[in-house]
Design a protein. Structure first.
Length: 307
């Protein structure tokens, strides 16, 4: 199919449904071609040197070629016929091998319902590239999904468009098929880094009242062990990570909806508007109203890790 991508308009209607697409696309990278290519919003753009952290859930499939994928937990070879499902809040980076290039399909989703799904998958899904059972079929279904968007008449490459529920359902079917194939039985949890498990739990639950004891209980370690391991690995405290996740949720709602600032604060887990104002000032250097007026882009990466 012809390469292209789009980023969907997200308004109050989409947010109220609880699940919605935020982007979808196909990219073909020739051997020797630079990667990533320009033309993506700041939230999704990245480079190999800095990586990125998404506030959405991303499903990425490599149909042809090969490359590399990395998280804080380690690196992996990424070959054709292999996909990865990325939770929000995970630092990652990937790129094709220059000698081969690759063809990449992707979609990103967000919403309350996606967060609930991650609650069920927590500790049971390896966050790394995994081979799909029938890559030709998976690739064909992914291509049909993307083709419907790109040839709809509204899905012009690089544009921002509204999304019918049929597109959301098709994207969710792709995601669900991948998860069903790779989800481990709850009695045999996937081995994972404590800090990454805690980070995923924070980003999927930051919109609710959440404290360090609850995070430690969800990860299955003592509070002291988790705090020591998380700070050493990430370079921030659990409370700082929680506040950062809430600020990022608030920033997207401020930029994409007309909801009152007070309501956005509550939706993102802040106990009152003053807490939201203080957090935005601390992390972004501006108050919430200025974020909405100027559509301030997200920083390219989180605060640097301490050595």
């Amino acid at each position: 199919m012809k390469p292209g991508h789009c980023y969907f308009d997200v308004g109050e209607r989409e947010i109220d449904t609880g699940i919605y697409l935020t982007s979808a696309g196909c990219l073909h990278v020739d051997a020797g071609q630079n990667y990533p290519q320009p033309g993506h919003p700041a939230d999704y753009d990245f480079s190999w040197s800095r990586g990125r952290v998404l506030t959405d859930t991303a499903l990425i499939f490599i149909r042809d070629g090969e490359g590399h994928f990395e998280t804080r937990g380690g690196g992996f070879a990424w070959r054709c016929g292999v996909a990865v499902l990325l939770p929000p809040g995970l630092w990652h980076r990937y790129r094709p091998i220059r000698e081969t290039g690759w063809t990449e399909f992707w979609l990103t989703l967000s919403g309350e319902m996606v967060g609930r799904l991650w609650q069920q998958w927590e500790g049971r899904l390896a966050i790394q590239p995994q081979a799909v059972g029938k890559p030709a079929v998976f690739g064909r279904d992914f291509e049909r999904f993307l083709g419907g968007i790109m040839t709809d008449g509204r899905g012009i490459s690089g544009s921002s468009i509204r999304q019918p529920l049929t597109w959301v359902a098709a994207g969710l079917a792709l995601l669900g098929g991948f998860v069903e194939e790779h989800l481990e039985d709850s009695s045999t949890p996937v081995s994972d880094d404590i800090a990454e498990r805690a980070r995923r739990y924070i980003w999927n639950h930051s919109h609710r009242p959440l404290g360090v004891p609850q995070i430690a209980s969800a990860v299955g370690v003592t509070r002291r062990t988790l705090e020591r391991h998380f700070t050493s690995s990430v370079g921030r405290t659990l409370r700082q990570e929680l506040e950062w996740a809430r600020v990022q949720r608030a920033r997207k709602l401020l930029e994409e909806t007309g909801r009152p600032i007070k309501e956005i604060g509550y939706l993102c887990g802040f106990r009152d508007p003053r807490a939201l104002i203080r957090a935005c000032n601390r992390w972004m250097g501006v108050v919430p109203g200025r974020i909405r007026q100027a559509a301030v882009p997200a920083p390219p990466h989180l605060p640097k890790r301490r050595r």
